[in-house]
Ligand binder design. Sequence first.
Ligand SMILES: [Zn+2]
Length: 233
Amino acid sequence: MQRGYGFPTRFYAERGFKITSPFGLRPDPFNSGQTDFHTGIDYGGRPQGFLVQTTVGGTVFAAKMYGGWGNLAGVTDARGYNHLFAHLQTILVRPGQTVAKGDAVGTLGSTGKVTGPHLHYQINRPGTGVSGSGYFGDPDRYYFEEEVVTVERAIVLGSDVDYYNAAPLRDRLNCPLFFRSALGQLAKVSTIYVCGGPIESVREAAPNAKLINLSGSNRFETAAKISSHLASI
Ligand SMILES: [Zn+2]
């Protein structure tokens, strides 16, 4: 399945934002002639003070100034991924607060290491907090809740340690990864690759799905099963 712009870019475009700097390698805005790896997407085109809304519902886990991020609001979604909204002028949420998709988490600003007002939006993997190197990948490649219910294939992990083992399978199948905390979202998925942890709880969450069991008794055995499955498809 080919995907164009993902949900975040469509979400912010509907609110008048446009991409000012994409995810991935780019010319370094602070050192001319050098390149820099951009771990999120920058959205601009709206004035300082414009409301910044969250792309996901969840729980606020970060709401303060973090060095180069400037004023940062962070929301953990149901799958455990951390959505970061950086360089805000003001933060409008508190840690522990529950937010719904579309709630304002702050206002557009130019705090931290920036060349002008914009929103830096980044998705971090579960367990990585606000770490810059914890990025999931291109936010436009993340599957959001409304897309997840319609996907045909999904991968379920046993725990964080299975993430790197399963990433090549995710890239090959182009399908979302789920942590155990989000089994409730799998009810309509047709085929589920279980890459770590027991299969029984997955069966309970998705009784009609075809399950492909790639779980070993430890993460090394799981890694081996995933690579031999990759070789067979
Ligand atoms: Zn950025």
